[in-house]
Design a protein around this ligand. Structure first.
Ligand SMILES: Nc1ncnc2c1ncn2[C@@H]1O[C@H](COP(=O)(O)OP(=O)(O)OP(=O)(O)O)[C@@H](O)[C@H]1O
Length: 720
């Protein structure tokens, strides 16, 4: 029971399912294993008893004893399978197992005392009592021990197993044969219930089938869609509300959406496209709890994906970026069938993720490296690869050579036979990458594959991923901008469940970066005899260059030291750059410049801009407020993201409209926007219209509410 629950708890079963393991194969493998264990241990128990010359084992038939112990163990296994469906933690499984042992011990004493297998006790009690495996087993033990309790007793032979136990004990009401039948029947009952509860009780992702799923013909034929539900089995559940697909704002996102929509409506099959995502929506239903008076309380549903339209092309790596909680893992979970979509669909090599047949076909085509390593501590790296190779259907003859190649690729050959429990974090990630690539999958999904790797190993894994692009599509999520820049053919940045931008790294940098980065290096201090004089010359050169940039491009350095100046040049000045840098190069000697480097801003900056924009949108939509405290002491509540704010209470006869400030925002560690600072106060120009509603609200509100001023009205305010 503990092993089954551990597999669920560590998501090992989920990993095997995603890689193509059928539920039937899963249960059959457990049943086969437990049957073998029960067979061997039953034989050993009887042989041990005989070896120690116990008359119970010597006088009763070997076959009678063996079948009894075997059926009892099998029955207990069925019961454990069923109970495991209700348990989430392996520690709880151990505790529950111990309690069952104690209860079994107590009920066995009751059986020994005569209840309920004696004359005069109703069949209902007897049948109910016999459902718990230790009880009929205790009855059989009682019959068998009674049969050898006297010197004349010669035990129960195989042919006498069906004889009424009256032959040995006048109070007996159940023969050994009947005990066998009970144990066998209840074993099937537990096993069927185990599979049923396993399907209807929500898994770790909150996914379950309908309570009457077995009445759906699709369950038995495997064709068409099999509906799954989310949340508990509580009858007051209502289905999650579907978020309407929103129109994408960005032109590239819109273009991608239109291209995918067009292929969908025209039913075009593009051989180069591996995955088409058709507006998938994922809403996690609110959680339920039973409140007072048996009322169901429900928290608000969470819209994790709000209509994603995108395609992933063969021979390319698509990198999905986004801040924590953007919805990247949800996309992966939807594509791999771990969690069902609330709306929309996706076609992976033409197979729909909404159909159970489609999903079984998809699972044969994909390899997944999940965000967290899902490995068995007790299995070695080689054993993991062999297991997943066989799940992928690789022929037994080639498994050995394929796993050796995989291990060599991820540099785990030396640790091939070491238990994965003793691997370092980086080794585990490499093994997970190797598992994702085993069996030549046509779609590889890598969720933050290089987390925890040292720079050398990371570069090595990048090489593996780069080489793996040929003949397949790869979807990668990462928080490393360097990794995205190096590996990706296309990048999509998500935030708050929506795709915010899409394109190549260069396109994103040129569209969403702040502009160009110019690094100017100066000749070092090379006058040993007069360093002070040399410093003065360097300072003069720097000042001259700063003046040159200010005068021609109106920019000031972002960073500077004695030998470097770094500038961020906005896109608007792009037209001036060719002449500007030509002249700068011509005057290199005059300015003491040793090197000029010009590049686009980094992907990280693009990422931060997109994330900030998303935060701002959501804060505006939610109407969240923060307190702005000015250096001069006044404070006001302002909406998150507001740029220009009028400060109430600063009105005077000279400045009847009062003063305003420009607020600077930054993102904290969690990505939320917070005030980074503000400009000097400046009088609000008379021509700016302040909304009356804002003023009314101020009077009603206990705290002072700042007046948000539309940036388009702020044209000639000097905050210096
Ligand atoms: N089972 C669930 N029930 C309710 N909400 C969930 C569930 N799984 C994920 N979420 C929510 O959905 C949102 C998206 O989560 P997701 O894991 O997809 O983000 P992510 O972009 O992969 O983040 P990270 O970079 O941290 O992995 C999060 O706000 C998360 O809290």
């Amino acid at each position: 029971m503990s092993s089954l629950v551990t597999e669920k708890e560590l998501k090992l079963r989920q990993a095997m399912t995603v890689m193509g393991l059928y539920d039937s194969a899963y249960w059959l493998s457990w049943l086969t294993w437990e049957t073998v264990v029960a067979l061997i241990s039953s034989i050993l128990i009887v042989l041990s008893g005989m070896m120690f010359q116990f008359s119970f084992f010597l006088k009763n038939s070997f076959a009678v004893l063996f079948v009894l112990f075997f059926l009892f163990e099998l029955n207990m296994t069925g019961l454990a399978f069923m109970l495991s469906a209700f348990i989430r933690k392996s520690a709880s499984a151990t505790t529950i197992g111990f309690f069952i042992f104690i209860i079994g011990f107590v009920t066995q004493i009751v059986v020994r005392a005569g209840f309920p297998y004696t004359d005069g006790i109703s069949d209902t009690y007897r049948n109910l009592w016999s459902l718990f495996p230790p009880n009929p087993f205790a009855q059989a033990l009682k019959v068998l021990s009674n049969a050898v309790s006297t010197p004349e007793g010669d035990g129960v032979s195989w042919s006498k197993r069906g004889v009424s136990c009256d032959a040995f004990d006048t109070n007996c009401g159940m023969s050994i044969n009947t005990v066998y039948k009970w144990l066998l029947a209840t074993f099937f009952l537990w096993f069927v219930l185990a599979i049923y509860f396993d399907n209807i009780i929500p898994n770790a992702m909150g996914v379950r089938k309908s309570v009457l799923y077995f009445l759906n013909p699709h369950y038995w034929t495997g064709k068409g869609g099999q509906k799954v539900k989310e949340g508990g089995v509580c009858s007051c559940l209502t289905s999650a509300h579907h978020e309407e697909n929103r129109t994408a704002d960005d032109e590239d996102v819109l273009e991608e959406e239109n291209a995918v929509r067009q292929q969908l409506t025209q039913d075009v099959v593009d051989a180069n496209v591996a995955v088409q995502v058709h507006g998938i929506v994922k809403t996690y239903p609110g959680t339920f709890s039973i409140g007072c008076c048996c009322k169901c309380k429900r928290t608000a549903p969470y819209h994790a994906l709000k209509g994603l339209w995108v395609k992933f092309t063969k021979d390319q790596l698509f990198c999905l970026l986004g801040p924590n909680g953007a919805g990247k893992t949800t996309v992966i979970n939807c594509l791999t069938g771990i969690t069902p979509v609330t709306g929309g669909d996706a076609l992976i090599y033409g197979h729909s993720i909404r159909s159970s047949t489609g999903m079984s076909n998809i699972r044969k085509l994909i390899g997944v490296c999940p965000q967290f390593d899902i490995l068995w501590d007790a299995l070695s790296g080689q054993e993991h690869l062999e297991l997943f190779a066989s799940i992928k259907g690789i022929s037994p003859a080639s498994i050995k050579s394929i796993t050796q190649t995989s291990l060599a690729e991820v540099k785990l050959t030396d640790a091939a036979k070491v238990r994965s429990g003793s691997y370092s974090g980086g080794m585990k990630r490499r093994l997970s990458v190797a598992i994702a690539l085993i069996g030549d999958p046509k779609l590889v999904i890598l969720d933050e594959p290089t987390t925890g790797m040292d720079p050398i190993t990371r570069r090595h894994v990048w090489d593996i991923i780069e080489n793996a692009k040929k003949g397949r599509a790869i979807i990668l999520t990462t928080h490393s901008m360097e990794e995205a820049d190096i590996l990706s053919d296309r990048i999509g940045i998500m935030a708050k469940g929506r795709l915010r931008c899409i394109g190549t790294s260069i396109r994103l940098k040129s569209r969403f970066g702040t502009g160009f980065i110019a690094n100017i290096s100066f000749h070092g201090n090379n006058n040993e005899h007069s360093p002070a004089n040399s410093d003065a010359i360097s300072a003069r050169h720097r000042e001259a260059v700063k003046e040159f940039f200010k005068h021609r491009l109106d920019v000031v350095p972002k960073e500077e030291n004695n030998n470097f100046l770094t500038y961020v040049i906005p896109h608007e000045r792009e037209a001036l750059l060719t002449n500007f840098f030509e002249e700068l190069q011509d005057r290199e000697e005059e300015f003491g410049i040793s090197d000029i480097q010009l590049g686009l801003t980094t992907l990280e900056e693009v990422f931060l801009n997109i994330a900030r924009q998303a935060e701002l949108e959501s804060a505006t939509a939610e109407g969240s407020l923060v307190t702005l405290t000015l250096t001069s002491g006044e404070s006001a509540e302002i909406p998150i993201g507001a740029r220009f704010v009028g400060i109430p209470g600063t009105e005077s006869a000279e400045y009847p409209t009062g003063f305003m400030v420009e607020v600077y925002w930054e993102q904290d560690d969690t990505g939320s926007l917070c005030v980074a600072g503000h400009s000097q106060k400046a009088p609000i120009p008379q021509n700016i219209q302040l909304s009356s509603s804002a003023t009314t609200r101020q009077r009603r509100s206990a705290s002072v509410r700042g007046v948000v001023i539309d940036p388009s009205q702020v044209t000639s305010v000097n905050f210096q």
